[in-house]
Write a protein that binds this ligand. Structure first.
Ligand code: PNS
Length: 166
């Protein structure tokens, strides 16, 4: 089985993430969406909330159950090794992303030479969307519905209302 890992914070998942998942799914038998449980950044949404949002978002994408969504902590390469995946997939929106992703791929190659990183370029119409901007728009009382998966927008709205604004 050819398995890819798509790791990220997904705080919250956006249409950009969903597009990368749809395209990555065409390249593998199983896509593991690995949600970082706690990183250097403080997540706005809990791990359970982020996993719920992702599960709702991929419902239409994956009738065959080829997407597995779960949390991970520690080194990404350890997770990739443990779940028997061949490669990591990440989306790249712009040159800034490219430098970051290229460095991360290089570090991961040093940690585990047998796992490749596949970089998928974001569609231009989705390339400006980021979870960070969604959170900023919400903080400033602006709408962001157009950039979230339809199925998770209401969940996100609800969850934002019940969390303190930081
Ligand atoms: O969505 P993000 O926040 O850009 O995702 C970043 C992520 C989760 C892919 C990255 O931070 C990660 O892999 N973290 C796990 C720790 C690790 O293995 N880091 C790379 C070597 S320093």
């Amino acid at each position: 089985m050819y398995r890819l890992v798509y790791p990220g914070s997904f705080d919250p998942p956006t249409l950009g993430h969903l597009d990368i998942m749809a395209r990555a799914l065409r390249l593998c038998d199983e896509l593991r969406v690995a949600v970082l449980t706690s990183g250097s950044k403080q997540a706005r949404f809990s791990l359970d909330q982020r996993i719920d949002m992702l599960k709702l978002a991929v419902e239409d994408l994956d009738s065959a159950g080829r997407i597995v969504i779960e949390g991970f902590s520690g080194l990404l390469v350890d997770y990739v090794q443990a779940c028997g995946a061949q490669a990591v997939v990440r989306g790249v929106r712009n040159t800034q992303d490219f430098y970051y992703e290229n460095n991360m791929a290089e570090i991961n190659r040093h940690l585990s030479a047998q796992h490749e990183t596949i970089l998928l370029s974001a569609k231009p119409e989705l390339a400006f969307i980021s979870s960070t901007f969604i959170k900023e728009l919400d903080r400033l009382g602006q709408d962001y519905q157009a950039w979230l998966p339809v199925s998770s927008y209401s969940y996100t709205k609800e969850a934002f209302q019940h969390r303190p604004v930081v």
